[in-house]
Design a protein. Structure first.
Ligand code: BEZ
Length: 268
C-alpha cells in the first residue's frame, strides 16, 4: 500500500494547483533533481560579478552551487516553505509568482531547473524573464519536455478515471516540444542558441512511493482523501511493468527539455 505524505493536500499561496511543497519531503524524495542539474549550470557558465536569478529555486540546493562559482544569486519561488529552506542555506530570496515577475533589467542571466513545467502560462513567464534581463542577457534552463513522465501521468489519469473523475482533463504540468518552446522564446524576443529534448530515465532513490508522495498531489486533489491510497495503489500497479525492474528498482521516465537563449538587444 502506498503511504500518503504531507504534500498531498490542496495547495495555497500561489503554488501550482493541488501541489503543496514540503522542504523535508522534497529533500528526501527529490534530491536527485538538483544533483542532476549540474549540466545546466555548466551551460549557464556563470561568471564572477554577474547577477543571476534562479527562477523556481525551490530549496536553493542548486542556487548555492551556482553562487559558489562566483555570481551574486537571487532565488525566487512561489513556495514560502521551500524559500525558507533556501534562506537556511544562506541564499537571498524573493517570493514571487513566475507569471508576474517583479524585476526590470536587473539580471545578467536567468537560470531555471525543473521548475518551468509547473508554470502553465509560459508566454507570461517568458515576458517576465525578458523584462528582468539586461539586453543581451541569458536565459538558460531545463524542464520536463514532451512525453516527460508519460507512463506515470497516464497511470494517475487511469486511477482518476476509475474514481469517476475525467483524468484526461487534468494537466498539472507543461511539457513542450523544442519546436513549441523555441517558438515561444523567439516570439518573446530571444535568440535561441540551443534547445533539445534529452530522454533521461531517472532512478528513484525512494521508489515510486516517494515520488508520488512529493508530486502526485495535483491528481489526488480531485478525489476525497479516503480514496487516495486505492487510487495510488492502482496507478502503481499499472506503472510497475514499465518502470520497475525485477529487483524492485524504480526508474521515472523523465525527458528533459534543455535550452539556452539570449535576449535580443532590441527587446524591452
Ligand atoms: C520533472 O522534474 O520532470 C517533474 C517533477 C515533478 C512532476 C512532474 C515532472
Amino acid at each position: 500500500m502506498v503511504n500518503l505524505g504531507e504534500s498531498s493536500e490542496n495547495g495555497d499561496g500561489g503554488e501550482a494547483a493541488g501541489q503543496r511543497w514540503s522542504a523535508e519531503g522534497y529533500a528526501r524524495n527529490a534530491r536527485f533533481v538538483a544533483d542532476l542539474g549540474m549540466p545546466v549550470v555548466e551551460l549557464l557558465a556563470p561568471r564572477l560579478g554577474e547577477r543571476v536569478l534562479d527562477l523556481g529555486c525551490g530549496d536553493g540546493s542548486l542556487s548555492v552551487r551556482i553562487a559558489a562559482l562566483g555570481p551574486e544569486v537571487l532565488g525566487t519561488d512561489a513556495s514560502p516553505e521551500l524559500l525558507g529552506a533556501a534562506r537556511g542555506r544562506g541564499l537571498q530570496t524573493v517570493l514571487a509568482d513566475a507569471h508576474a515577475l517583479p524585476f526590470e533589467r536587473e539580471f545578467d542571466a536567468i537560470f531555471s531547473n525543473a521548475a518551468l513545467h509547473w508554470m502553465l502560462e509560459p508566454e507570461k513567464v517568458i515576458a517576465g524573464v525578458a523584462r528582468a534581463l539586461v539586453p543581451g542577457g541569458r536565459f538558460v534552463g531545463e524542464m520536463g519536455g514532451f512525453a516527460n513522465v508519460a507512463t506515470i501521468a497516464t497511470a494517475l489519469r487511469a486511477g482518476l478515471q476509475r474514481e469517476g473523475v475525467d483524468g484526461m482533463a487534468i494537466h498539472p504540468w507543461y511539457f513542450p516540444t523544442p519546436q513549441e518552446y523555441g517558438g515561444l522564446l523567439r516570439a518573446g524576443g530571444f535568440s535561441v542558441t540551443s534547445i533539445e529534448l534529452i530522454p533521461r530515465p531517472t532512478p528513484l532513490p525512494t521508489g515510486m512511493e516517494g515520488w508520488l508522495e512529493t508530486f502526485a498531489a495535483p491528481f489526488l486533489a480531485h478525489v476525497p482523501g479516503e480514496r487516495h491510497a486505492d487510487l495510488l495503489d492502482h496507478a502503481v500497479a499499472l506503472m510497475r511493468p514499465s518502470l520497475c525492474d525485477r529487483a524492485g528498482n524504480w526508474v521515472a521516465d523523465y525527458v528533459r527539455l534543455r535550452f539556452s537563449a539570449t535576449l535580443d538587444p532590441a527587446t524591452g
